[in-house]
Design a protein. Structure first.
Length: 106
């Protein structure tokens, strides 16, 4: 019985230190998430917005569905792609994944 009392934690020992170390750990985890996940995603999002705003007629593009085409018309939220002779489709600008070649660079 005396052994149990000797092993029991004494009141007021180390209570505040545990809270501070826990807060530091949560802060470190948040920083890791920010620099490893959130910040790169924001950077990719800004790059895609810039790419979509710089689209021009004649650019060769690839859609997220895998369709290759040439931009033949642009509206605010859509783009008209020529995918073959006399075949044009209208797609959302956000569906354009990459610009393969700009109008002047062939």
């Amino acid at each position: 019985m005396e052994l149990l009392f000797a092993m029991a934690p004494q009141g007021g020992e180390g209570g505040g230190g545990g809270l501070i170390s826990t807060l530091i750990m949560f802060g470190a985890i948040f920083l890791i998430f920010y620099f490893m996940i959130i910040r790169p995603q924001q950077k990719r999002s800004k790059e895609k917005e810039k790419m979509l705003s710089n689209l021009e007629k004649g650019d060769k593009v690839l859609t997220s569905g895998g369709i290759h085409g040439i931009v033949s018309g642009l509206e605010e939220k859509t783009a008209l792609l020529q995918i073959s002779d006399n075949v044009k489709i209208k797609v959302e600008r956000s569906a354009i994944a990459t610009v393969l070649a700009k109008k002047g660079s062939e």
